[in-house]
Design a protein around this ligand. Structure first.
Ligand SMILES: [Fe+2]
Ligand SMILES: [Fe+2]
Length: 199
């Protein structure tokens, strides 16, 4: 695909410079994932008339903090006076919610819609802008994903971004429950807003 040229300063540098930062920050495995999420996000952006540059930045940075240590996250939670309940959770929650702060501080990204796309990418939110929906969905359906229902998730994403959010939210919560995993309260709020209240 043709790469997005950065002109709007959502990231204070070129796409190549951002990619270089990610290469330093992430393992090869995760670096390849974020590039695939970016490509998927940019394709969805063009399909749904969403800003491609925002989609590119959000896709690339969404997992920037994923490989930070637990200690690093705890320091940020305390230093930034974030909700102390966060300390009861782990990397899965931290790399979105706390990761957005880290991205703001380390990468100089200040656009709130992009920072919230990072915050919401793992558990969603009751209100998500199209960019935030797209980031949430792109992470779920990027070409490296191979869970059993991924073909359905991809097909839904081609017809409706909102329906893709619904599908992903339901799928994720069902998976967590089936595997006796705890559910972060914000994920339930996402479920109620996108599924429960739409009946
Ligand atoms: Fe993530
Ligand atoms: Fe991801």
């Amino acid at each position: 695909m043709s790469e997005v040229e950065y002109q709007k300063h959502y990231y204070p540098g070129t796409r190549d410079e951002l990619v270089a930062r990610l290469r330093e920050q992430l393992s090869d495995f995760r670096f390849e994932h974020v590039v695939r999420v970016e490509h998927t996000a940019v394709k969805l952006a063009s399909r749904y008339g969403i800003d491609a540059e925002k989609a590119s930045v959000a896709g690339l940075v969404h997992d920037y903090a994923k490989e930070c240590s637990d200690e690093q996250f705890k320091v940020v939670i305390q230093r930034e006076h974030m909700d102390p309940d966060l300390l009861n959770w782990g990397n899965f929650i931290w790399h979105g919610e706390v990761g957005a702060r880290i991205i703001n501080q380390e990468l100089g990204i200040t656009n709130q819609e992009i920072l919230d796309a990072v915050r919401f990418h793992t558990v969603g939110a009751p209100h998500m802008t199209p960019l935030q929906q797209l980031t949430y969905v792109a992470d779920f359906i990027e070409p490296g994903r191979d869970f059993p229902d991924v073909a359905t998730a991809r097909a839904v994403a081609q017809t409706s971004l909102e329906q893709a959010v619904v599908y992903e939210t339901k799928h994720t919560l069902t998976y967590l429950m089936a595997n006796d995993r705890p559910i972060y309260p914000a994920a339930i709020a996402t479920y109620n807003a996108w599924i429960g209240n739409r009946k």
